[in-house]
Design a protein around this ligand. Structure first.
Ligand SMILES: [Mg+2]
Length: 390
């Protein structure tokens, strides 16, 4: 049976939920995260806010400068978790093999479902339809012969997109994309390829393996040679250009409030997870970084039992490291979080480990609920009186 993978990614998830629950917000630049004048970062910006250049993990002061008339809301993780649970439930109604990788993102194995649900385009359309009907939200869906293609495809027509790439279309689908869109092609490799006259993936497809080996390492040349044909290089064991993936943020004023630290780390962990998934990498190690006043910088790290590329697992491990550290009380000038000891995501875990990852997710969501509880009335900016199960 031919392998068929669907990648489902919700559009501007937190902001879309706020817009869904308060029609007054529809069509307006909505920015979820810290409050202007306060500290911390943007968690999610609606598409209307993105027009102003606002994006995730940007300091909130910067977002406010770019978009002074934006509507700034505190996150309400309980509602986001409900929508996330709803999404995963919908996906499990499509296929038994669902691998959540972010709060709003999952891979679904849809190989062998053709008889039941029709061709891939129909499976994708049906998924989007169920999400729209049951959650009143939109998702972008990509379908391809492997995760690499499915992931790139879901990103092609955001928001509310559906991109299906049949195995015989893979080469043509990849050809116009910039080489930087490939996994493991970063700041070091892009200039090397450009010097060789290779700008998009199509240019790469026309080069022989020997040519590439002249300018790149043997392993990387081989990985890119396969990848540009749409063959996921996961199994090749190529040398990673990246040694780690990390994100950090500097506070304008030294930060003492651990709730702000926690929320900031959550946003940064989601960024790390997103990058990891884009690159097809997982980390065996989670690292945190903290800079105290006077530029004393600390790092702490923990080896994981198995590599991860899940936002919430990265976040949870980071928070535990923070809490256990002697500098936990702050105040903080800068905090950061990242993953290291990178391996290809295929080495991370087989599809699926629903039970273990669900247990982990549950613990994490308890943490998220704690954040919400601590923030009390600020967070209940969400609709009063709207009853939601759970
Ligand atoms: Mg998303």
């Amino acid at each position: 049976m031919a392998r068929l993978v669907m990648h489902v990614d919700m559009d501007a998830f937190f902001a879309a939920i706020e817009q869904r629950d308060d029609p007054e917000l529809l069509g307006k630049p909505v920015i979820i995260g810290a409050q202007p004048g306060g500290r911390g970062v943007v968690s999610t910006a609606s598409y209307e806010a993105r027009v102003f250049g606002v994006h995730s993990a940007m300091p909130i002061s910067e977002a406010h400068r770019l978009c002074p008339d934006g509507i700034f809301l505190r996150p309400d993780f309980r509602r986001y978790k409900e929508a996330s649970d709803g999404l995963m439930e919908i996906l499990r109604s499509i296929s038994p093999v669902v691998e959540p990788v972010g709060i709003d993102e999952a891979y679904v194995d849809i190989g062998g479902l053709g008889r039941l649900l029709g061709p891939p385009t129909e499976i994708g359309a049906e998924t989007k339809r169920r999400v729209r009907e049951q959650l009143s939200l939109t998702a972008s869906v990509g379908i391809g012969p492997n995760r690499l293609i499915a992931k790139i495809a879901s990103d092609r027509q955001k928001p509310d997109g559906l991109t299906v790439v049949a195995p015989e279309q893979v080469v043509a689908f990849l050809a116009p994309l910039p080489v930087g869109d490939m996994r493991g092609v970063g700041r070091k490799t892009v200039p090397i390829l450009h010097r060789m006259g290779i700008r998009n993936i199509g240019d790469l497809q026309r080069r022989s393996l020997e040519e590439l080996q002249g300018s790149l390492g043997a392993n990387q040349a081989r990985a890119l040679h396969l990848q540009c044909q749409g063959i996921s290089s996961d199994s090749v064991g190529h040398q990673q250009e990246r040694k780690s993936i990390s994100k950090e943020t500097t506070f304008q004023v030294d930060e003492r409030d651990f709730d702000v630290i926690r929320e900031t780390l959550l946003v940064l962990a989601c960024q790390v997870g997103r990058t990891a998934r884009k690159e097809g990498l997982a980390g065996q190690k989670v690292t945190i970084k903290a800079r105290l006043p006077g530029f004393v910088t600390y790092t702490r790290q923990r080896k994981l039992l198995e590599p991860t590329l899940g936002d919430l697992e990265i976040f949870r491990t980071g928070i535990e490291l923070f809490k256990a550290a002697p500098f936990a009380k702050g105040p903080f000038r800068l905090v950061g979080i990242g993953i290291g000891d990178l391996v290809p995501e295929s080495a991370a875990k087989p599809m699926l480990m629903a039970d273990a990852s669900e247990r982990r997710a549950q613990r994490l969501y308890q943490v998220l609920d704690t954040i919400r509880d601590r923030h009390g009335e600020v967070i209940s900016l969400g609709k009063p009186g709207k009853k939601r199960g759970g």
